[in-house]
Design a binder for this molecule. Structure first.
Ligand code: XIL
Length: 478
């Protein structure tokens, strides 16, 4: 695990298709995978999901990788994994600045050596923080959080299919407010700061916002998450996916409007993933609920995969509710049969990307105000372009996000030049091509963002070492 640039796994065999297709899709910056032929009846969850271009995953625990019943089911049925606890903040940075990836690596290595995808969980969260972080507040915490995101996402760079960058940032109940946490108290922009740092550290991973109780379209918390994603897409904050944890029980049942929720998020131009599925119950009722969830995902092209939160009921964090697909002995439950048959009758994801701008299927909520103040620079001169820079800094490093705005004639191509402060250096750039890394550095558009309509904007970013304070961008265009 020393090579941060390791290529994602490519293997032949039943699970290889998903892994290699995922590599291609990520490399091409496209959202979708597809299997071409009609469905054959597959005998495992992973293979049945893969023929629709999706993954089927499980949360797993490193300390159970010696349990042969557990590992046999894992290797047979699943083609994606999530670390149930091993990549959380208290596991990966037990003391500030001392990182421990040993348990996370056991999970990642098990998965990669078998061609399974890995979902990273989670970089920034109010819960399962190490004691040193729980006691922190303010700018020290903001810097520590950004450093954590950068270090962990950089360490696993190239190995993670999707990261839950931020987990559970909204309150329960009807307020639609942010959850009051030490991270929230560092400023309302903490979520976007975390996403920008994650993009800089691993530009190939899909970046997800993940939460529970955002399944029912009519709940305030769902609308709050929807508004966050819509605002991020409008302002160019990097976000690629929404994770619906989907822990269902009597208090939070599988809602009849779940498909509306999935399609509404997808219409914002993000993937949706069902990330922690478990459904308390038994027998036919439980099987029907699992079938419903799977059918809802299969109906939405941008619902790209499902992860169940454990393998056997006895592995579940809510084992009393027997919420999973295998019983305590590892036998398949009716819920398993329903899930497999739903996957087998599912339609492949279309070969062409669906429009990302389709209107929501229900009336959108009223627009939330932007969470950060707009740039204070003057509007661009006509016929040219202008650029503003915003910084996320921590001791020894920074992420710069540069917004390029076209003047009254729009642009065909553009370039932004900036003097990087002495002692600082550009290490990594996205959505632009950098010439040089120190002194005067020129950032030119890439193929897909050279054309900007009159008065419209695009964003690019870069990560650097040292301090990025005091950079003044200048923009030219043709
Ligand atoms: C749970 C794990 O399953 C437990 O083992 C642990 O004790 C607590 O966390 N939402 C999440 C997951 O995002 O990380 C949680 O996992 C379940 C709720």
């Amino acid at each position: 695990m020393t090579d941060h640039h390791a290529i994602r796994p490519r293997r032949r065999g039943p699970r290889a298709a998903l892994a290699s297709v995922a590599v291609v899709a990520l490399a091409a910056g496209t959202a979708l995978l597809y299997a071409s032929s009609a469905n054959a009846a597959e005998s495992t969850l992973g293979a049945a999901a893969a023929q629709t271009g999706r993954y089927f995953g499980a949360a797993i625990a490193a300390h159970k990788l010696g349990d042969s019943t557990y590992v046999n089911i894992l290797n047979r049925e699943f083609n994606s994994v999530t670390a149930e606890n091993e990549m959380k903040i208290n596991a990966t940075e037990p003391q500030q600045g001392r990182f421990d990836f040993s348990s996370g690596d056991r999970i990642v290595n098990h998965a990669i050596s078998r061609g399974m995808a890995v979902r990273g969980h989670t970089l920034a969260w109010h819960s399962q923080q190490p004691a040193w972080m729980e006691q922190m507040e303010g700018s020290a915490l903001r810097q520590a959080m950004l450093n954590h995101v950068t270090q962990v996402a950089s360490y696993y760079r190239g190995k993670i299919h999707s990261w839950d960058v931020v987990n559970e940032a909204f309150d329960d109940g009807n307020s639609g407010a942010r959850r009051n946490s030490n991270l929230q108290r560092t400023g309302n922009d903490w979520i976007e700061a975390a996403f920008r740092a994650a993009r800089a550290a691993d530009p190939g991973a899909k970046l997800c916002y993940n939460d529970y109780n955002i399944d029912n379209w009519s709940w305030a918390k769902t609308q709050a998450a929807y508004n966050l994603v819509r605002d991020f897409k409008q302002r160019g904050v990097p976000i690629d996916c929404v994770g619906l944890q989907s822990h269902f029980n009597a208090q939070s049942p599988y809602p009849s409007n779940y498909r509306t929720t999935l399609s509404s998020f997808a219409a914002l131009g993000v993937d949706v993933q069902i990330t922690e599925l478990d459904i308390e119950g038994s027998g036919t009722a439980q099987a029907n609920a699992y079938r419903g969830v799977v059918n809802d995902c299969l109906a939405i092209a941008r619902c790209t995969g499902i992860t169940v939160w454990g393998i056997r009921d006895s592995d579940s964090w809510r084992s009393y509710g027997t919420p999973l697909l295998f019983d305590n002995n590892g036998n398949k439950k009716p819920a398993y049969d329903a899930t497999l048959s739903a996957l087998n009758s599912g339609t492949p994801v279309p070969t062409t990307a669906p429009p990302t701008t389709a209107p929501p299927t229900t009336a959108p909520p009223t627009t939330a105000p932007p969470t950060t103040a707009p740039p204070t620079t003057a509007p661009p001169p006509p016929g040219n372009c202008s650029a503003t820079v915003s910084l996320n800094q921590w001791p020894g490093g920074f992420v710069a996000t540069v917004r390029v705005t076209a003047g009254s004639s729009g642009t065909n191509s553009w370039a932004v030049t900036m003097t990087i402060p002495s002692g600082a250096a550009v290490t990594n750039t996205w959505n632009a091509q950098a010439s040089g890394s120190t002194g005067s550095v020129r950032f030119a558009n890439v193929s897909y963002n050279g054309r900007i309509g009159a008065g419209q904007s695009t964003e690019f970013g870069f990560q650097g070492t040292g301090s990025g304070s005091g950079m003044t961008p200048s923009c030219s265009s043709s």
